[in-house]
Each structure stands twice: as structure tokens, then as C-alpha cells.
Design a protein around this ligand. Structure first.
Ligand code: ADP
Ligand code: ADP
Length: 229
């Protein structure tokens, strides 16, 4: 069994008054192994966010099948969604909360019982232990990003998805975030990330799928892929 399995995945965005219909995913077949750090690499407009949005339940697919941790998103949508945490590109604007409150609100939304919440543990794992009761607006950019990761993990999903985790982030912060992501993977979390930085995929990922024009152009272990590029 895989962490994520997509077969013949197709997405067409409907035409609007001002835009023509757009085939964003043109038959994606992907098997993402459990325990891996898997990179979806590709240029802007390739379809990476569309793929992730379908996994997250934010966008409806047009055709094909998707399983998350063995759970078909059509047959068991709630179970499938419970198996992933998603870190969006944008920083959250929960400026009136503290990190502890922010995680508790998120846990509440996911229906995690109070007794099962691991707020302190998660904040410690993301290097935010001593900021638990500061206001989020007082945190640095790097801390806010780590808080986003912690929020995505409140329901303890086996798969964490990061959409362009370091877009527009400086080199130092990028390295720091990578370390935390690797740390989570070492705790057993399967990581899927999109990026358009080859360097990021190279540094972090065991396996890389190159997405281009809505298709998988290549999918290989990082070492063999890089030898060919
Ligand atoms: P990437 O994340 O790789 O940059 P996207 O998944 O955002 O690619 O976009 C894939 C294609 O689908 C692009 O041509 C984009 O303009 C189009 N697209 C994305 N979202 C929408 C949408 N909500 N409506 C219409 N077209 C969209
Ligand atoms: P990315 O940085 O992943 O490429 P974009 O900047 O392309 O994302 O898209 C940002 C948001 O706009 C996304 O929610 C996407 O679905 C939406 N979007 C992208 N392209 C289009 C489009 N052609 N028409 C409508 N919405 C779009």
C-alpha cells in the first residue's frame, strides 16, 4: 500500500465568461511510497497545486481515482481527508491568537478530543515551545511558517503535504524549514511537497515526479533523476 496513489487523474477547469476551459491535469498516474519525502517538481502552471488541492478536498477531480493511505477519496472522503495535513502556501492570518490557541482551534475543527491533543509536543517539535503563549503577530516569518506546519499536524495525519513551502523564503529560513520537515519524516510522517526549485527537491526528496503541462514527465529516485538532468 502507498501513502498516495493516483490513477488516470484528470482535472478540467470549466470555462468562465472571461477564460476558456483549461485541462490542468491530463491523466496523472503516481504512487507515493509510505515513509518517503516525495517532491512534485515543475514549472508554474504545471498542475502541482491542482493535484494538491484535489488531495486536500479543495478541488473536485474530473476523472480518475485517488487513494490516500489506502482510502479512496470518492468512497471514503472523510477517512481520506483525515489521513493528510496540508500546509498552504499563504501564511495564516490568525494574528489575534497565540500558537497554543491557534493549534487548539485547529484541533477543534478536526474534532480531536481534548485528551488526545498534543499541543505542547507539536509546538516543541517545531521549535515553538517557548512561544506557545506569545501572540502570533509577534512571531518571525520562520516561526509563523513552522506554526503552519504544526497546525497541519494537529490530527496526527500519516501524510503531510506542503505546497511550495519555501516560496519567497530566504536561504537561511529555507534550510531551517527543511530541517524541521526532515525531522517530521524521521518521526514517520510521509512528506509530499511541491516546488519549482530543483535544489529544494534535490536536497530533501527521496523521489521526485516532474510535472509538466498536467502530465508526469518523469518519476524516479532523486539520485537517478539527477544523473539524467
Ligand atoms: P502549478 O501549481 O504547477 O503552478 P496550477 O495547478 O496552479 O499549477 O495550475 C495548472 C493550470 O490550471 C494553470 O494553467 C492554471 O492557470 C490553471 N488553473 C489553476 N487553478 C485554476 C482555476 N481555479 N480555474 C481555472 N484555471 C485554473
Ligand atoms: P501557484 O503559485 O501554485 O502556481 P497560482 O498563483 O497559479 O498558484 O494560483 C493561485 C490561485 O489562483 C489558486 O487558488 C489557483 O487555483 C487560482 N488560479 C490559478 N490560475 C487560475 C485561472 N486561470 N483562473 C482562475 N483561478 C486560477
Amino acid at each position: 500500500e502507498y501513502a498516495i496513489e493516483a490513477q488516470g487523474l484528470i482535472k478540467t477547469y470549466a470555462a468562465t465568461k472571461t477564460t476558456p476551459a483549461k485541462l490542468a491535469l491530463n491523466g496523472i498516474d503516481l504512487k507515493i511510497p509510505r515513509g518517503s519525502i516525495f517532491g512534485l517538481l515543475g514549472p508554474n502552471g504545471a498542475g502541482k497545486s491542482t493535484f494538491i488541492n484535489i488531495l486536500a478536498g479543495l478541488t473536485r477531480k474530473s476523472a480518475g481515482t485517488v487513494k490516500i493511505w489506502g482510502r479512496d477519496i470518492d468512497e471514503r472522503p472523510r477517512d481520506a481527508r483525515a489521513a493528510i495535513g496540508v500546509v498552504p502556501q499563504e501564511l495564516a492570518a490568525d494574528v489575534f491568537f497565540t500558537p497554543r490557541e491557534s493549534l487548539n482551534v485547529q484541533a477543534g475543527m478536526y474534532g480531536v478530543p481534548k485528551a488526545e491533543r498534543r499541543t505542547a509536543e507539536l509546538l516543541n517539535a517545531m521549535g515553538l515551545g517557548d512561544k506557545a503563549d506569545a501572540y502570533v503577530r509577534q512571531l518571525s516569518g520562520g516561526m509563523k511558517r513552522r506554526l503552519m506546519v504544526a497546525k497541519a499536524m494537529v490530527h496526527n495525519p500519516p501524510v503531510l503535504i506542503l505546497d511550495e513551502p519555501t516560496a519567497g523564503v530566504d536561504v537561511e529560513l529555507r534550510r531551517q524549514l527543511w530541517n524541521y520537515v526532515v525531522g517530521l519524516n524521521q518521526l514517520g510522517v510521509t512528506i509530499v511537497l511541491t516546488t519549482h526549485y530543483l535544489e529544494e527537491a534535490q536536497e530533501l526528496c527521496d523521489q521526485i515526479a516532474i510535472i509538466n503541462r498536467g502530465e508526469v514527465a518523469a518519476c524516479e529516485p532523486t539520485s537517478t533523476l539527477l544523473r539524467r538532468l
